[in-house]
Design a protein around this ligand. Structure first.
Ligand code: M6R
Length: 602
């Protein structure tokens, strides 16, 4: 949930640490802090609020330092106050942490009995005290013993008094990446801060300990045996993780969608049809299973709903979609010959990881549709299908959703062909239409001014409904989530036919109702539902292809002809509506309040 960074090398540490925290800030921005070795002493500077507040406080600090650690926080234990900001210091130990120490109360009690005094409400400070209590002469031994006592998840970067210019790091359950470049060695919560220096990275396993010292990286096993790190090579470039001339990452990421879509789809088309063998998914996979269960969170879950609609429609394969955080606790009944799909941009969402592990323990093969190479989900799944959105930095997911959706189409066509519900010829037609959707997405991006005009009309809107049927309902859910999370408009999605069964009572002259229609067979019914809403005096908007005739209110045209692939252009419009509505209100589009991109706690 938080972002951590550590550096030791020949360069000035401060710009490396603050630059790294800027890349990690999407993980949380309640507070930020840095600790550096400066003239043989460890100094800490922390501030409540975004990194920019800390940067002001850091002016003139740490001129000599070549080594330090940093943190950007999404509050879990304790309010977003300076005293709860990391780094935390106890005795001779100063550390930053991402994760949750589940037995922190017990540890804190034990440490208080030993005379430690606590200044924060965090679980992290208990871990700092524990490590300090175990630290006699050897930091490695202290960390190894602490790992035996700590329950929960963590990635730590630790400075130990007595070991100047060294950063010690250890993980269990929380992500950590390490890299070495000409001028130093780094660890960080993810790859993005490293990309400015190197594209070679090492992903430590749970329990391994890393030591950064003046540009070198040493690795130790859980038993403290020295090991040789095996580095991976990242395809991501530093430019991909920058704004590239746009005002916001979200804006850039919306515009990258046609490219991301092409990069994800094209390599998986062979002889005119989807082929997933390079992803390790064997020919006939979808023929041999009796059911597919999709588990994910948030936007990825709504993509799963689209997956269900597409796969059931085309391949007649039953699909169940699960909110990952619910799956474990409702004692699901698994069918024989069932397979699962987990969908995740980060590959680090704790609830999705837990759902995946549970299903694998029950012997269910899991396909991961994941955007971040080397992430926990990418590493643990039975089959990993990487989407090629590139790094997604804005908290609101846009391009990652679109590439996940593209994969749902590939699955649906492939499964339909394998199960004989469509002919080879039809599969080729569908695949061609899928690749063609890129053009409609481009055209949708050109509608930005029209969307902005509509977004201005929402300036005073507090509540809004999206309605749709079938796939359009799944799209409505994603459209409403986008609007909620960045514009703070209370937007709800409703199955169009369901509105009149109670919720219509909430519709007033100040509550816009927006209907989505991409599926021609549902047009008449959804239009009737929109008319029912209009009759109650609320502002109405139709988002549909040009062929759908509507003369009772505003219409935003979806480029293309709608139908099976219509949602791919529709999603661009829904994202632009959320973007423009939030921008008109002057909000920070990349860092919506209370949220963090990567939710690594359950
Ligand atoms: O990294 P993941 O795809 O697993 O993340 C899942 C959700 O947390 C994520 O989609 C979230 O809902 C987005 N902020 C929505 O824009």
């Amino acid at each position: 949930m938080c972002g951590i960074i550590g550096y030791s090398g020949n360069n000035s540490a401060l710009p490396v640490l603050t630059g790294g925290l800027a890349a990690l800030e999407y993980r949380g921005y309640d507070s930020a802090g840095i600790a550096c070795w400066e003239q043989e002493k460890i100094e800490v500077v922390r501030r409540k609020g975004k990194l920019s507040v800390l940067e002001k406080a850091l002016e003139g600090c740490f001129p000599e330092s070549r080594c330090g650690i940093g943190h950007t926080r999404w509050a879990t234990h304790g309010e977003p106050e300076e005293r709860n900001a990391h780094p935390h210091r106890q005795g001779r130990v100063t550390l930053v942490h991402n994760g949750i120490i589940e037995n922190y109360r017990e540890i804190r009690r034990q440490m208080e009995q030993k005379g430690y005094r606590f200044l924060s409400d965090t679980d992290t400070e208990a871990a700092a005290a524990l490590i300090d209590s175990l630290y006699e002469k050897d930091p490695l031994e202290a960390l190894r013993c602490a790992a035996e006592k700590l329950e929960g998840s963590y990635a730590f970067a630790v400075l130990f008094e007595g070991f100047p210019d060294c950063v010690f790091a250890m993980r269990k359950g929380s992500p950590l990446t390490a890299g070495v470049c000409e001028n130093g060695a780094l660890i960080a919560s993810d790859l993005t801060p490293l990309l400015a220096y190197t594209n070679r990275y090492y992903l430590p396993e749970d329990g391994e300990i890393l030591v950064l010292e003046k540009g070198s990286l040493r690795l130790y096993s859980q038993l403290l045996e020295p090991m040789e790190p095996v580095f991976r090579k990242a395809d991501w470039t530093p430019e991909q993780a920058q704004k590239g001339g746009y005002r916001f990452y979200m804006e850039k990421e919306i515009h990258e969608q046609p490219r991301a879509f092409r990069d994800t789809v094209q390599p998986r088309i062979r002889e005119g049809i989807p082929n997933l063998e390079e992803d390790g998914i064997p020919d006939g996979f979808f023929r041999k299973i009796s059911k597919l269960r999709i588990a994910a969170c948030g936007t990825a879950y709504y993509c799963g709903m689209m997956g269900k609609a597409l796969i059931e429609k085309l391949a007649r394969l039953p699909v169940e979609v699960e909110i990952a955080s619910e799956l474990r606790y409702r004692e699901p009944i698994f069918a024989e010959d069932e397979a699962a799909v987990v969908i995740s941009q980060s590959g680090e969402t704790a609830d999705t990881i837990a759902a995946m592990r549970m299903m694998r323990e029950r012997g269910i093969p899991v396909i991961a549709v994941v955007n971040t190479p080397g992430s926990s989900i990418a590493r643990e799944a039975d089959y990993t299908l990487l989407t090629h959105a590139g790094p997604e930095i804005a908290v609101a997911s846009t391009k990652a959703y679109t590439v996940q959706l593209a994969v749902m189409y590939l699955f649906a066509i492939r499964a339909a062909l394998e199960r004989g519900t469509i002919s080879r010829e039809q599969a080729e037609i569908d695949t061609a239409q899928l690749t063609d959707a890129e053009k409609a997405m481009e055209l949708a991006l050109n509608r930005k001014e029209e969307v902005r005009r509509f977004a201005r009309s929402l300036l005073r809107t507090e509540h809004l409904f999206y309605i749709g049927r079938g796939m359009d309902y799944a799209m409505a859910l994603e459209g409403a989530l986008k609007l909620k999370e960045i514009s703070y408009i209370h937007a709800e999605a409703y199955a169009a036919g369901e509105l009149k069964h109670g919720t219509l009572a909430l519709v007033t002259g100040d509550t816009p109702v927006i209907a989505l229609i991409t599926q021609p067979e549902l047009e008449a019914k959804t239009l009737s539902n929109l008319k029912e809403a209009a009759a109650r005096g609320c502002p109405v908007l139709l988002i549909a292809p040009g062929e759908v005739k509507w003369d009772e209110g505003t219409q935003l045209i979806i480029p293309g002809n709608g139908g099976l692939f219509g949602p791919l252009a529709l999603i661009v419009l829904l994202q632009l509506i959320a973007f423009c509505a939030a921008d008109e209100r002057g909000y920070d589009l990349d860092k919506p309040r209370n949220l963090a991109k990567s939710v690594t706690v359950e």
